[in-house]
Write a protein that binds this ligand. Structure first.
Ligand SMILES: Cc1cc2nc3c(=O)[nH]c(=O)nc-3n(C[C@H](O)[C@H](O)[C@H](O)COP(=O)(O)OP(=O)(O)OC[C@H]3O[C@@H](n4cnc5c(N)ncnc54)[C@H](O)[C@@H]3O)c2cc1C
Length: 400
């Protein structure tokens, strides 16, 4: 059995961010932290790859330059059941679109250089908790750590082993990549992303997106649909594809291959206020814990969870036995928990019976649209402000 101070399961953004922050906070842990990963980088990941500014801030904090091909978008267009919302171009990018295989491999390279051991092609099968350590069973033998981070995504094996099975808060997204002529696609010409929420009126709790991206240097569109409640009878794969094609009819002629096979599907676990994230020496992070219910955005959450997890692990390893429990409280009551609760509330409004009313409301003020997008993006840290402070800044300065 191999022993480590900290074992992390999963080397996606949550697992790697935890390790990177941990090694930044306590470099002496180099060589004593390991990640168990079932795949090997660069590994494919079904994801649109949109990084919001909060994630870019986290990369700067970790001193990781974004050394992968990326497309920055500065404006956006959202069709809704109550009309179109046109986000005027901003000076700062609203989103930076990368490919996840390259992005995650880049993070893994930096984490390795900082002292993380990545044990790849090793699948975790189960977890056993003891008084002062955690044992992890894999298809390559047993591993032991003083603490364990379950960062193994929406279908987390760590979560199931330690906290039991819960499926009601798992959404789903379908996506496909299609080549386009950069000079003809609106997303490349206007440097914008497009959203379409009309599927809400058809009973789907979600939206369709079209993001510009580069695959092997060539312009592509990543198109997809997110459904927060896929157990809804209207959420069959065929229904979702039908909604996606009616949101962006022009893509039908460019649909690659035989259509169906080009589409990739993956679950997204969203935040549930009653969930627990800590038991004994095990904590959860990223999709394994639960991310944004409204848009299914999870990369910024993965970094946020990773940062909090790292701080808690440092305190835990230094003898504070309550540090992990505090991590669980922070995830619910700290900035990220507050933000996810507000997004859960927004999902109930925009995907509920009175969605037309809320979309109409959202269309009324361009200023409010800009502030909401900046808040969502974590631009200039405004998602850390209380509503009262944000309102006060609006009154005093006319912006947040
Ligand atoms: C179609 C789609 C589009 C999306 N678009 C966006 C977007 O544009 N922007 C955004 O922010 N978010 C997006 N998301 C969500 C985003 O992909 C996730 O929130 C993010 O990947 C979560 O990171 P993570 O590290 O928690 O999990 P993951 O990235 O899923 O990483 C988990 C890792 O654990 C490994 N693993 C799993 N099980 C085991 C096991 N048993 N043993 C060992 N290793 C294991 C996996 O191989 C993987 O490497 C999208 C999701 C989908 C499905």
């Amino acid at each position: 059995m191999k022993n480590y101070e900290v074992l992390v399961v999963g080397s996606g953004p949550a697992g790697l961010a935890t390790a990177l922050y941990l090694l930044q906070m306590q470099p002496a842990l180099a060589g004593r932290i390991a990640t168990l990963e079932r795949a090997r980088h660069p590994r494919p990941k079904v994801c649109a790859g949109g990084l919001i500014p909060r994630t870019i801030t986290a990369l700067k904090e970790l001193r990781i330059p974004l050394q992968v091909p990326a497309v920055e978008v500065f404006g956006g267009l959202a069709r809704t059941p109550a009309g179109t919302i046109d986000l005027a171009p901003s000076h700062e990018p609203l989103c930076t679109i990368i490919r996840r295989d390259q992005f995650d491999a880049m993070l893994a390279r930096h984490a390795r250089a900082a002292g993380l051991e990545i044990i790849d092609q090793t699948r975790v099968l189960g977890v056993e908790q003891h008084h002062d350590c955690v044992t992890v069973a894999t298809d390559h033998g047993l591993f032991e750590g003083r603490a364990l981070v379950g960062a193994d995504g929406s279908g987390s094996r760590v979560r199931t082993s330690v906290f039991g099975q819960t499926k009601h808060n798992i959404g789903r997204a379908l996506m496909a990549d299609m080549p386009v002529h950069g000079e003809r696609a609106e997303e490349f010409i206007q440097r914008c992303y497009r959203f379409n929420f009309n599927c809400v009126s058809a009973g789907i709790c979600g939206y369709c997106w079209s993001f510009p991206c580069l695959i092997e240097g060539e312009p592509h569109l990543n198109v997809g649909i997110y459904d927060q409640h896929p157990h809804n009878p209207l959420g069959s794969r065929r229904d979702l594809l039908g909604q996606l094609l009616s949101a962006f009819p022009e893509i039908a002629s460019r649909w690659p291959g035989d259509g169906e096979s080009a589409v990739k599907t993956f679950p997204i676990r969203w935040y549930e206020p009653n969930d627990r994230y800590v038991r004994g020496g095990t904590i959860l992070a990223g999709d394994a814990a639960g991310v944004d219910p409204l848009m299914g955005e999870g990369i910024s959450c993965a970094f946020e969870h990773g940062k909090l997890a790292a701080a808690a692990l440092v305190r835990y390893l230094n003898g504070d036995r309550s540090a992990l429990e505090k991590y669980g409280n922070e995830l619910h009551r700290g900035m990220i928990g507050r933000k996810l609760r507000r997004l859960a509330f927004a999902a109930r409004c925009f995907y509920g019976t009175h969605h037309r009313f809320y979309f109409r409301l959202a269309g009324l003020s361009r200023k409010l649209q800009r502030v909401s997008v900046d808040w969502y993006n974590g631009a200039r840290g405004i998602d850390e402000l209380s509503i009262a402070r944000a309102a006060l800044r609006m009154m005093l300065h006319g912006s947040v």
